[in-house]
Design a protein around this ligand. Structure first.
Ligand SMILES: Cc1cc2nc3c(=O)[nH]c(=O)nc-3n(C[C@H](O)[C@H](O)[C@H](O)COP(=O)(O)O)c2cc1C
Length: 441
């Protein structure tokens, strides 16, 4: 299908804001998503503003194990995504609901069932952010001494997604007829078992719920390494990225499109949404001031750990915050792309550990007046490298309210944004509905 001609928007909601010190910002709501009426109001604001999706990130552990920094962040305190999204489905009508579920510490039957349930509950608004777990600490909560290695995680993930998609196809779209006259609830011919027996999973099926309204809930993914990108090209329908520059975004799109074609898919069936963390104020200077205030609210212990946690297994406890990062190698079993990004920043801009920490805490924040932020998004849209943005609001509710109230009208005026027509999440994003796969011979 053709790629959209206007920007699509998803909102990444995580705890009390995307900036690690967002919960401390003057006037911000420190409890964030854990206050359900607050989150429900935020979801309505985003829906009314024309966002296509709310996306809940997740790790199945406390996010960090060093108490010196952890107890100064909101990262030990967040909702389980399906629970929160199910609740949000009943207070919203149009916005997509995207849950993160890891393929490393779940069973495919459970994930297929939860997503199918959310899709039915929301009349076709469910999406799945497929992750392989970036936080190694999760292993210890699921009976393992160590996290799966990077390559192994993706092999397991591929089998996991194949099984989930197979389970969603347990019933034909028209199999559940509920015919009172004949007394037939479902058509036997329209149902099949899966009988999957693979390297990681053995799943008989069928699933215990009718085919989801969207056929398959929309698959979101954020593969960035070579293996991760190949996975995204094969399965992903919306790809989250975190490019440092527009040039990086263009390179990523070109490489991804080639891989999508190599997987036998059409690049027009895949959307790419880079991360955007907007801080909107009346003037550029005031927005920069807000960004500086946020930076000043990050404790030194947190600055050190935030770089370390994204980097790898090295211990940064004894490193001087005001010295450049030592030249560690590029190899890691953790996120290779994040490590490479940190190394590149450290090398190219000669940043100290403190400066890296401030940058990381801000998650690439763009601070400016509504016009400055709109100009930036118009440039990105014109590049053709992106289909929309995955917007992470640094602190809440101010950054969300101002983005919706002041930036979106400017984008609409300039013809690069319009609220999506009502429909399933797939329809809103212009993605094809998967036909039920043929029964394997
Ligand atoms: C915007 C965005 C959101 C992500 N959300 C999660 C998440 O909720 N849970 C998780 O374990 N990983 C998350 N990731 C990490 C990705 O799943 C992936 O592991 C990472 O981009 C590194 O790519 P790689 O696995 O190819 O090295 C996210 C990545 C991005 C860019």
């Amino acid at each position: 299908m053709p790629r959209p001609d206007t920007l699509q928007l998803g909102a990444l909601l995580h705890g009390s804001g995307g900036h690690i010190a967002g919960w401390r910002y003057p006037g911000a709501h420190a409890a964030g998503e854990l206050d359900f009426p607050f989150t429900a109001r935020l979801a309505k604001t985003l829906e009314d503003g024309g966002f296509s999706a709310i996306f809940i990130a997740d790790v199945v552990a406390v996010w960090g194990h060093q108490l010196d920094s952890l107890h100064r962040t909101a990262r030990a305190d967040f909702f389980e995504p399906f629970t929160l999204l199910s609740a949000l489905s009943s207070v919203t009508d149009r916005i997509g609901l995207v849950a993160t579920a890891t393929t490393s510490y779940n069973e495919p039957y459970t994930v297929a069932r939860k997503l199918a349930s959310l899709d039915h509950l929301s009349h076709g608004r469910a999406g799945w952010n497929v992750v392989t777990s970036v936080v190694p600490l999760e292993a210890a909560n699921f009976g393992r001494d160590a996290h799966y290695g990077h390559e192994e995680r993706y092999v397991r993930a591929a089998e996991f997604v194949d099984v989930v998609e197979g389970l969603w196809d347990s019933y034909a779209d028209d199999a559940v007829i509920r015919d009172k006259t004949s007394g037939i609830y479902f058509d036997r011919a329209g149902r099949r078992a899966l009988d999957h027996d693979g390297a990681h999973f053995k799943v008989a099926g069928p699933l215990n719920i009718a085919r989801p309204p969207q056929g398959w809930p929309v698959i979101f993914q954020a593969g960035a390494s070579e293996t991760g990108r190949a996975f995204a090209a094969r399965y992903g329908e919306v790809i989250f990225t975190a490019p440092r520059t527009l040039l990086d975004a263009r390179d990523y799109r070109t490489a991804l499109d080639a891989q999508i074609r190599a997987s036998g898919r059409d690049p027009g069936d895949v959307r790419v949404w880079p991360l955007l963390s907007p801080i909107v104020a009346d003037t550029d200077a005031e927005a920069q001031e807000a960004l500086a205030t946020l930076g000043s609210l990050v404790h030194e212990d947190v600055l050190r750990r935030i770089v370390q946690d994204n980097f790898g297994d090295e211990d940064f406890s004894d490193l001087d915050l005001d010295e450049p990062l030592p030249d560690f190698g590029a190899d890691t079993d953790r996120s290779q792309s994040r490590r490479a990004g940190i190394l590149a920043l450290a090398r190219e801009e000669g940043l100290t550990l403190r400066q890296l920490g401030v940058r990381f805490a801000a998650a690439n924040a763009v601070a400016g007046s509504p016009a400055t932020i709109a100009d930036r998004l118009v440039d990105w849209h014109a590049s053709g490298a992106v289909d929309g943005f995955n917007v992470s609001f640094p602190y809440l509710p101010q950054t969300a309210d101002r983005f919706v109230g002041e930036v979106l009208p400017l984008l609409a005026e300039r013809g690069v944004f319009r609220p999506p027509a009502p429909g399933t999440l797939r329809e809103q994003l212009g993605l094809p509905r998967p036909a039920r796969t043929a029964v394997p011979a």
